[in-house]
Design a protein around this ligand. Structure first.
Ligand code: SAH
Length: 359
């Protein structure tokens, strides 16, 4: 497809939220991929600039009540040794992130009702009162009032991947859950003034190109600020153990198309992606990605947060990961950002009055 056609495609997308135009992009052939990737890189440059945002992720509990067929944390996986970090351990990891100059921490866990909403709110308040750092929460589906409490306690962002926009596939992969509930959570989070991240897995068993296009379409409709997109990786202790992994080219294509369709979104080169090939992260950074997550979960439990196998850097100190990233970004001439890396639509978000957290 010529340069002219790319512009045409982009205009189509800008005029109306055209699902068919997204499908068309997915139908580009492998030979056309370099052109698609180059265009996504230009759109990235024009809309989010050269800076790379680093986020420190702290995986504080691997307990989970969900039954997701793809995930190693699913409650049926009895082989997994479960852990919960103490608040002291969490605060220590936060301190380390601050010392290493991170401006965002992501607090992630399985769906662990053992943490009451007030426990998490207290944690957020404690961190916010001591550190100048943005907080992203990623603890799954909760009631709107709980989300509200955390927002009032000072949480800035929330990451809740929609996983797949194919409702039938969603139902099959997440027994007992409903796609509509997930979407309702995302709208609640937006409404409460969070900067919201969503995203999907690529190459799930039974997933079609049309369904991937729907993922991108949905993220446009939700007008999200962060898109976490990675390949499906089969975990040996799940019902999907024998299904093939998502392919690297299709994952990269999905990233590039997401950049074209959501020009200002924060797009991480996800950890799942970097397990696929040695230079996958470099490739992602050159076709639209502008965010990298660095793992600050204590090494003593790191291998137990095993959502998929062979996580890269699983037993690596964050200083080592950071050094490697600095070399890569130096090479790509991409400066590491010194600011929070907030969503780029901050002006549109309602501010929320900070209230005392009820305990
Ligand atoms: N409990 C939180 C965090 C879930 S784990 C929540 O529900 O949002 C974080 C992400 O890991 C999931 O959103 C999912 O997209 C991804 N994930 C889980 N299992 C995976 C697998 N086998 N392959 C690739 N990604 C996986």
């Amino acid at each position: 497809m010529s340069q002219f056609n790319i512009v045409q495609e982009k205009n189509k997308l800008n005029d109306v939220m055209d699902y068919d135009a997204i499908v068309d992009l997915f139908n580009w052939s492998d030979e056309q991929l370099p052109e698609l990737f180059a265009k996504a890189d230009v759109i990235r440059q024009e809309n989010v600039g050269e800076e790379v945002h680093l986020r420190a992720i702290i995986e504080f509990s691997n307990y989970c009540v969900s039954h997701c067929l793809y995930c190693g944390l699913r409650c049926e996986n009895r082989k997994l040794v479960r852990y919960r970090l103490s608040t002291g351990q969490i605060y220590q990891a936060v301190q380390k992130a601050v010392d290493l100059k991170f401006k965002t921490i992501i607090l992630q866990s399985g769906e662990d009702p053992n943490y009451r909403a007030t426990d998490i709110a207290r944690m957020i308040e404690w961190i916010k009162s001591r550190h100048d750092i943005a907080i992203t929460l990623s603890v799954g589906e909760r009631a709107r009032e709980e989300y509200r409490l955390w927002r009032e306690a000072g949480a800035d962002r929330y990451l809740l991947k929609h996983e797949t926009a194919d409702e039938i596939l969603y139902q099959r992969l997440k027994p007992g859950r409903s796609f509509l509930d997930r979407i309702r959570c995302l709208w609640d989070l937006k409404d409460l003034g969070y900067q919201v991240g969503s995203g999907n897995m690529v190459g799930l068993p039974g997933q079609s190109i049309e369904s991937l296009a729907r993922d991108v379409f949905l993220m446009r409709e939700l007008d999200i600020e962060m898109a976490g997109i990675g390949p499906f990786l089969p975990h040996p202790d799940t019902p999907l153990a024998n299904d093939p992994a998502g392919s690297l080219p299709l994952t990269l294509k999905t990233l590039a198309i997401t950049r074209l369709c959501l020009p200002t979104v924060h797009l991480p080169a996800t950890t799942a992606l970097t397990t696929m090939a040695i230079d996958a992260r470099r490739q992602a950074m050159q076709l639209g990605a502008n965010v990298v997550m660095v793992n600050l979960t204590p090494l003593t439990v790191r291998d137990k947060y095993c959502i998929y196998p062979q996580k890269a850097e699983i037993i690596e100190e964050p200083e080592i990961s950071l050094n490697k990233l600095k070399i890569l970004f130096n090479d790509l001439r991409r400066p590491i950002s010194g600011d929070y890396g907030h969503g780029l639509k901050k002006a549109n978000r309602p501010s929320i009055e900070k209230k005392e957290v009820m305990i």
